[in-house]
Design a protein. Structure first.
Length: 391
């Protein structure tokens, strides 16, 4: 494949591949697989890499797949990651290729990501003689539970990577558009489990019991002051209690209450402050409310920080290929475990518009229907970025 006019070559190849990629996406969409269960999806990926003649290995990070394309000349290693897992959501789209598994759905578009990366693999395999370096294709499991990247890294997926590219479809952006954020673009994600142990008793005689529900309610209320009164206002942070479980009926004070919550931050100082404050609040309940508290606080993934050394050349590549500049957006307090790769090599996470005309779609929604044209467009943008980075 000649690259005298890379824009035209990449455009023609992506458009030719689009029908096959859409068919593969629909096949994967019919059989969504949850975190670390992506065996069928990984098998489809492996079969396609084998068809393309790309060396690969399976079982990386349990169900992940890694392929490598070696360029015609020595150079750096560029890692490109696409995720594969689905969500525990019952699909309600009514599509003729809707999920055939009750309670499981590709509601975040990871089926889109999987086949987009396969399209990039096919295109870059043909362009390999023009590349100075290596392209590592990382098909990752378990992004939705923020554990897949770390599992793959533990199995060597990031070893020797000099830079990394990630991407995600965005239904809030029209198909055909691309977006970016400078610096921290997605939040660190931490989570906590708090068990408040009281003393059960009759609801009519609370003085003879120790009420864990009232104590848990105090904790929830106080937790809302962590962001407003302890974290610098210019440092975004979110503290949310997502589950409260305790009690069984009207007239019994229960023995215990369990809480589950998440903390999202973009700055290390805010992350440290939030953890220390929540631990302190739990400890204070033991004195003020006579309960016993067991706090389990788990740091999951760091913030995803885009590095200008990768961001700038990729934005230039996208503009050259797509004929329009990517749009700068705002950081999100959502989280993404591509941050684990970004913590190990200069990286950039590209936003790919997937919003269908006339629709108001949202990720993690039972009715989500991304515009499938984003597949071929994503193939173009990522392939051109790889070609230019390894020119």
């Amino acid at each position: 494949m000649l690259t005298n006019d890379p824009q035209r070559v990449i455009l023609d190849a992506a458009e030719a591949a689009a029908p096959r990629l859409i068919a593969m996406r629909r096949d994967i969409h019919r059989v969504p697989e949850l975190a670390f269960q992506e065996t069928r999806t990984a098998g489809i990926v492996a079969a396609e890499l084998a068809r393309l003649g790309i060396p690969y290995r399976t079982g990386v990070g349990v169900t992940g797949v890694v392929g490598e394309i070696t360029g015609g000349r020595p150079g750096p290693t560029l890692l490109i990651r696409g995720d594969m897992d689905a969500l525990p959501i019952h699909e309600e789209t009514g599509l003729d290729f809707a999920s055939g598994i009750d309670g499981q759905m590709h509601a975040c578009g990871h089926d889109i990501h999987t086949v987009t990366l396969l399209g990039v693999a096919a295109l870059l395999k043909d362009l390999a003689p023009q590349l100075a370096g290596t392209v590592r294709l990382v098909f990752q499991p378990a992004e939705e539970i923020l554990e897949g990247a770390a599992a793959m890294i533990a199995d060597g997926a990031a070893d020797g990577a000099d830079m990394a590219l990630g991407f995600h479809n965005h239904p809030d952006m029209p198909v055909g558009s691309f977006g970016f954020v400078r610096g921290a673009c997605l939040a660190a994600s931490d989570r906590f489990d708090l068990v408040v142990q009281g003393k059960s008793g009759h609801a009519a005689h609370p003085y003879a019991a120790v009420d864990p529900i009232v104590a848990a309610a105090h904790f929830i209320t106080q937790a809302q002051t962590v962001v407003s009164r302890e974290i610098k206002p210019l440092h975004p942070a979110v503290v949310t209690v997502g589950m409260m479980q305790g009690g069984a009926t009207y007239n019994i004070i229960p023995e215990r209450v369990a809480l589950k919550g998440t903390v999202r931050t973009l700055h290390d100082a805010a992350r440290d402050t939030a953890e220390a404050a929540l631990r302190r609040l739990a400890e204070g309940l033991e004195t003020t409310m006579r309960v016993r508290c067991e706090m389990r606080y788990q740091r999951m993934v760091p913030p995803l920080v885009n590095d200008d050394r990768v961001l700038e050349p990729v934005l230039a590549s996208v503009a050259r290929q797509m004929g329009a500049a990517a749009v700068e957006g705002e950081a999100s307090m959502g989280s993404e475990d591509f941050s684990e790769f970004a913590a190990r090599a200069p990286s950039f996470h590209l936003r790919v518009g997937a919003g269908a005309p006339g629709r108001d779609d949202r990720l993690h929604n039972a009715m989500y229907q991304p515009d499938e044209r984003c597949i071929g467009l994503g193939v173009q943008a990522l392939s051109r970025a790889a070609l230019d980075l390894l020119a």
